[in-house]
Design a binder for this molecule. Structure first.
Ligand code: OGA
Ligand code: NI
Length: 262
């Protein structure tokens, strides 16, 4: 996995003129490179550059991908979709649903692959690579290099997620929390900056980029009963993402607007 990370770092090391071709803030484009996709809506900026590829349901043509990482992006995304298929089966079963359930309601339809690049920071204690947040979609699968810095909030304490050679991190997203009616909890996480070398991570977001999807998602009907009434209103991914962008610095849950009860 680490070797595939090294492959795409080449993109970030290209000169500005070459990278400029992909630069933009229109997140509906199939390939978008920028620093802080939410620069104008977030209360704080992240020390990070990202190139994002909308890989499912309608992937870019190969020639739309930067030549230096064309093969790697394609291969990585294919493997992630295969893995996503297995993960959604397991998660369906964990919820007590038929193994195809989450797939049948579209969890595997939309996937974005993102490559994050955290440059070396001269004053790392003054900033963060990624401020506290939860991921918006169904699940996120992440491969990080061996620099470290990813942390999860566990019982109000930040805990390191140490890099593991060949290991992947799977985060449950906010939308899956809503669908599970709080049986699953989406994880608060952040990235602190360390090391004298840039850090890179490769991520596949299932669901998040699917902002044109007007489907309503709420607690899965089959999970609800008199004892387990719905805790959330139904929402579209687009609406959820819009609220996520306004997420407070302290990570105050942007799920409040959907809550039917506490
Ligand atoms: C993200 C994220 C963590 C990382 O992009 O949502 O949490 O290790 N990234 O890059
Ligand atoms: Ni995240």
């Amino acid at each position: 996995m680490v070797s595939s990370l090294i492959g795409f770092i080449r993109f970030f090391e290209l000169d500005v003129k070459q990278k400029k071709e992909y630069f933009g803030r229109d997140m509906t484009k199939k390939v978008v490179y920028n620093t802080n996709f939410d620069l104008y809506s977030s209360p704080a900026a992240n020390w990070r550059d990202t190139i994002l590829f909308h890989m499912a349901p309608n992937p870019p043509e190969p020639e739309q991908l930067p030549t230096c990482c064309r093969e790697i992006v394609t291969e990585f995304s294919k493997e992630m979709l295969n893995l996503g298929d297995v993960l959604f089966q397991l998660l369906s079963e964990a919820l007590g649903l038929r193994s195809n359930h989450l797939k049948e309601i579209g969890c595997l339809e939309g996937m974005d692959t993102a490559y994050n690049y955290y440059p070396v920071c001269p004053e790392p204690e003054l900033t963060l690579g990624a401020t506290q947040h939860t991921d918006t979609g169904f699940i996120t699968v992440l491969a990080q290099d061996d620099i470290g810095g990813l942390q999860v909030l566990h019982r109000n304490r930040w805990v390191d997620v140490p890099p593991m050679s060949q290991g992947l991190v799977v985060n449950l997203g906010t939308l899956l929390q809503v669908m599970s009616n709080d049986k699953f909890t989406s994880v608060e996480h952040r990235v602190v900056l360390k090391g004298a070398e840039p850090r890179v991570s490769a991520i596949s977001f299932f669901g998040i980029g699917y902002t044109l999807n007007t489907r309503l998602y709420g607690p899965v009907e089959e999970l609800l009963s008199e004892d387990n009434p719905p805790k959330y209103k139904k929402t579209t991914i687009k609406d959820l993402v819009a609220h996520a962008y306004k997420q407070g610095l302290d990570g105050t849950s942007f799920l409040h607007h959907l809550k039917l009860m506490d």
